[in-house]
Design a protein around this ligand. Sequence first.
Ligand SMILES: Nc1nc2c(ncn2[C@@H]2O[C@H](COP(=O)(O)OP(=O)(O)OP(=O)(O)O)[C@@H](O)[C@H]2O)c(=O)[nH]1
Length: 969
Amino acid sequence: MAKAKRVFELAKELSVSSKAIVEKCKAEGVPGITNHMSTVKLGLAQTIREWFGEAESGTAIETAEKVDLKKARKPARRRRADADGGDQAEPSDTATATVDRPAQTDGDVDEQTDAAAAAVPQPNDQPSAPAAAAPTQEAPAAPVEEHAPQQPAAPAEPSAEQEPPAVAAEQSQPEAPDAPAAPEAPQAPVAGDETPAAAPPPGVAALGRPNVPDRPKIIAPAGQQLQKPKQATLKGPNVVRIEKPEPVRRPRQRRGPGAPGGPGGPEGGGGEFTPAGAVEGITRSRGPTRGGGVKGGGGGEPDAGQQRGKRRQQRNVRRGRSADALPTGPTKFSQADMEELDARLKGAPGFLKQRRRDMRKREQGHIAPRLAETGGKVEIAEPITIKSLSSATGIKTADIIKYLFKQGVMATINSAIDTEAAMEVALEYDIELEVREQQTAIDKLKEAFDKRERIDVRPRPPVATVLGHVDHGKTSLLDRIRKEDVAAHEAGGITQHIGAYRVTIEGSEGAEKTVVFLDTPGHEAFTSMRARGANMTDLVVLVVAADDGVMPQTIESINHAKAAGVPIIVALNKIDVPQATSDNIQKIYGQLAEHGLNPVEWGGETEVIKTSAEKGTGVTDLLEVLDYQAELLELTADFGGPAAGRVIEAEMQPGRGSVARVLVQSGQIKVGDFIVIGRAYGRVRDMTDDHGRQVLEAGPATPLEISGIDDLPDAGDGFYITTTLQAAEQAASQFREVERHQQLASKTKVTLDNFADQLKAGKTRELRVVLKADVQGSADVLRESLEKLGNNEVTVRVIHSAVGGITESDVLLADASEAIVIGFHVIATPTVREIAEEREVDIRLHRVIYDVTEEVTKALEGMLEPERKEEAVGSAEVREVFRISKVGAIAGCVVAEGSIQKSAKARIIRDGIVVTDERNLESLRRVKDDVREVRAGTECGIKLAGFDDVKIGDTIQCYNVIEIKRKLV
Ligand SMILES: Nc1nc2c(ncn2[C@@H]2O[C@H](COP(=O)(O)OP(=O)(O)OP(=O)(O)O)[C@@H](O)[C@H]2O)c(=O)[nH]1
């Protein structure tokens, strides 16, 4: 690769003095050549060689005068004099080259010519053109500039004649029609150089100004000239250094193809492309191939493009941005552009900000299609919050909140709402909501457990719960069964915690009978667990003391067991006491039968086993009956695979941390297993059975106490063994998340006020009541009165009626059974009221029977589907239909009769046929105003929600729907 030379080296090569070269360069306006050590670039060196060489220059440089070598070799004084004399002519060479060079290097030949002659063939095509017709003077005029000064006076004609031969683009340039336009625009290169004398731009162009050649006669012949552009790019005067090629970028697309054309030519192409950061005075116009004028039809204001280009150029200069910093490609924006845009956006008023917000929301999926206006079907995942419902349906959150408020539900945007409420809201907008049940990791685990292949299915022992009135001997009986004195350890003799015991006895036929007992402090815990969906019990052992008979809590227990749908086996305890006479026993049988437990002895189906916890009488019989019942129930479990089960109780224990008492329901659990247990997870550290023994592995129907979990689960929570700790952790964290949402969700409980709504939602057809009265007589009368209410659509079911104040147990039963509590001449203690409030159980207290029945009747009437009656409001004729993009069809109407009301429903009648019905009015306008009502004889614009197929000649009927409450008959 040839290297740049020093002046003195070149001088030596040319056998001239360094000074001569320096002088010549100065005279030619070549910067940077100041002394003999100055570096001469390759192109310049070649030029200097030509200056000082013998040979004829084959490039544009030939238009400059040759250096008199003799003079050059003369003493400095003489040379200087010569140089002074030659100044007038020599600079013209430079000037020629100065402009010529960029045209070659930057493709500006095209730019300069294309405006004038878009169809002018490329130089390469010229040989094939009929060159004969080409005027020879012009053919050699490789440097456009040579002609530029000469031709402006008669720009068009010569070129018109000469174009057919397709002389080189350069040649026709001077004649180009755009030439005359250039003088006022310094950017125009061709003509710009002719007249700029009036306002010579500084810099390089100024240097070249006096050098504009006036001597076409020295122009080289055409044929040879065809080759010259190439040569010039390599060794022409140092044009490259003066006019750095600049990448000219396509303007931003938003300018569009229709940008006004500039002066480039008849087809436009304008200053739009003026390169930013161009050297002043040497700007270029782009031709039609790039100009917006071509695509967009051009013809815009001639200078508009240039002016924009200039402004951009100035802007860039102000920002200190070089042309190189501009981005490439048509779709990229420069940093400065982005900053500018940003600044504009920031300064813009709310519109743009709102747009940005909307865009963001749209990206996040918060803006849903306009379902709220059109109706339709939408899918939504649980848990549903007001926000997510709004996102999915497009219904405004405020509207949802308002609707719920009207239903008596206070909610905020982040409130979770139950599926029914969400569906109700959606239906208001004709939206069908398809709720995707949320499947958490724990749900998936459960599903996997439910669906897994059974490995070792065998009959399993039954799980029984002992219920009964206080002191009737529940613990003593269990104690007897287990042969362990649990009662002795109880504080105050009352069972303090839920325990589970697995008891195996030898039956009368020698076979082993195993039963798991859940020892609870009463039906509260039993019901509480049931309320949590944990119905672990297969059977209920109802303990009734033979000396006491059926007592209130006995009845409660019966009702709790019935509500749970669990078979009851009665243990008639304390059979050893003297009061346990035959008469008394028969009396108790009677009481039991009254409550639906007809003893087998009486021909019923309820097994009544006479037991004595004290003496151990009947205990084996009881166990055998339980075992027999389990057989009837065909209780089986898979004894293989990983374990699953439920929590009975959990507590913190010193030294062990969180401990859960669980009942294994299927599979095998081993020490070291990964476990998720409600909100807790961990690895089973140790396990103890109901006898306090450490076990390493256990199967179905085994009560266990396990440690190694990170938190306390709730009674009733399920547990599952997982393959990894991560799976357990994930399931637990999702459990917590769901729990959080459930806490936020407004639980809809049955009350007399909302029962109608629940009924409407198809949730229930019966009103369940827990009835408490001061005396049995009142309770019976009330029960009878209430159960008479209702018809074939709705019924009242008293699930529990008893004498006495409203207790926690009543509230729990009502909670678990979705019932209300009615108290007659009784009260609820503050504690009970608190619990009721907490569990959202409706308690109604009355002192007059009539009030009770009237209130329930009203509630039931509320439940009945109201009658729907239509009330005509008015009608309008469609005279015109305006279709507006993104809005739909607006019917231009004249109200024919009555009025059109925004709040009313509408239907469209076409040729006597109902085309659409029960449509809401999306908008009702009178001229430009939104109105609520338009009266007869008035014109209006109607947009129906979700319907755009309205046609001229249609009739829009408007009506209101009135709901009439029905009476119970
Ligand atoms: N004679 C006799 N006494 C019994 C029998 N069963 C229990 N008792 C006594 O009745 C009392 C109450 O017994 P518990 O076992 O504590 O009764 P409970 O139903 O568990 O009582 P709570 O835990 O308070 O609900 C104790 O004094 C027992 O000794 C029995 O079969 N015969």
